[in-house]
Design a protein around this ligand. Structure first.
Ligand code: F6P
Length: 367
């Protein structure tokens, strides 16, 4: 685009929304430094959009000047901006007496505040929910560039999201450690990992960690098939088994397991363990890894991807490429339209090369 048509940018803002993922701070650092390098000001908005509408959030100013706040944060987990809970559209609607969130749509107020503060563009870092919100604001006229984030690695438009490799690392380490204790006691261990809609963490950590059974939402399982695998190992004098299950996995013809009254996935490991124990007579224990998969320092891969995404988001703003999301496609970071980016979920292909490799190595998928 000829230089005279490029947008005049003086000030940008950055926010983080939804569940955290290791690497968020690296994105914030890279986007901030890239913007400062262009002579722009950078504001961090605390807790999604909350800091835009409230002068104070949790006793701190809602907005923070990021120019001197991003040193030494590449390796830090969490987000220095804080984030918002899932299911709470903008993190702002007043709670109703019954505990649900009200139907208030604060997007007009948000647009007004961006105008008042002279913010020329927003880098919105988030998962599918937060990016849908960013897209909505783009349709209202906000200059937005999205940065994809989720440890689940299930956003269709990008080959990889940062945080995923860290989660796989944590899960693989846990699975590896369970081998010796499972073998010592001749037990079956069921490890529950994150993955609501997709089984990427289960597949990659299960394969790397030497699991005997990997259960993913994309391949419904049968307890009989799992029991058959355990019995077969027993016959081969392998008297212990490790099962890795994604939290959103389900039996063929069954439904996923939810934590009662919350709508959150959970409990699949305990449910399975009871069924496996009944079917095989083998003592079966469980481990739910939970948020430890999202905590702590990002592995180098996630840091670098996050840094590249942050820098690319600022480049997109400079080029006037709004309403897009940065994405890894092959080896290159590109930008894709936000509207398309948030519609597709990337699922494990049951016929794909990784699943076929695992099967050839003797891994059962319970089908
Ligand atoms: O989206 C990532 C994810 O890790 C899911 O796999 C999991 O269900 C969810 O976040 C849990 O997040 P929270 O407990 O913060 O709602």
């Amino acid at each position: 685009m000829p230089k005279e048509y490029l947008p005049k940018i003086r000030r940008i803002a950055i926010n983080t929304g939804g569940g955290d993922a290791p690497g968020l701070n690296a994105v914030i650092r890279a986007a901030t430094l890239a913007a400062l390098d262009r002579g722009w000001e950078v504001l961090g908005i605390r807790r999604g959009y909350m800091g835009l509408l409230q002068d104070e959030v949790d006793g701190e100013p809602g907005l923070m000047d990021l120019s001197d706040r991003v040193r030494g944060i590449t390796h830090l987990g969490g987000t220095i901006l804080g984030t918002t809970a899932r299911g709470n559209l903008f993190g702002l609607e007043p709670r109703q007496p019954d505990g649900t969130w009200g139907p208030t749509d604060p997007s007009d107020d948000i647009m007004q505040r961006f105008g008042e503060l002279g913010i020329d563009a927003l880098v919105a870092i988030g998962g599918d929910g937060s990016l849908k919100i960013a897209h909505r604001l783009f349709l209202k006229g906000l200059r937005v560039v999205g940065v994809p984030k989720t440890i689940d690695n299930d956003l269709g438009a990008t080959d990889m999201t940062f945080g995923f490799q860290t989660a796989v690392d944590v899960a693989t380490e846990a699975i590896g450690r369970l081998h010796s204790t499972a073998e010592a006691h001749q037990r079956v261990m069921v490890v529950q990992v994150m993955g609501r809609h997709t089984g990427w963490i289960a597949l990659e950590s299960g394969l790397a960690g030497g699991a005997d059974v990997i259960l993913v939402p994309e391949i419904p399982y049968s307890v009989d098939r799992i029991a058959a695998k355990i019995v077969e190992r027993e016959r081969n004098r392998r008297r212990f088994s490790i099962i890795v299950v994604a939290e959103g996995a389900r039996a063929a013809g069954g439904s996923p397991s939810y934590v009662e009254g919350t709508g959150r996935y959970g409990g699949i490991a305990d449910r399975l363990a009871a069924e496996i124990e009944a079917a095989t007579g083998k003592e079966t224990r469980t481990l739910t890894l939970g948020h430890i998969q999202r905590g702590g320092s990002p592995v180098p891969y996630d840091r670098n991807l996050a840094l590249r995404f942050g820098a690319a988001a600022v480049h997109a703003i400079e080029m006037g490429n709004f309403g897009c999301m940065v994405a890894l496609q092959g080896k290159a970071v590109r930008s894709v339209p936000l509207g398309e980016a948030v519609t597709d979920i990337k699922r494990v292909d049951p016929m794909g090369e990784v699943v076929r490799t695992a099967r050839r190595l003797g891994v059962s998928f319970g089908d």
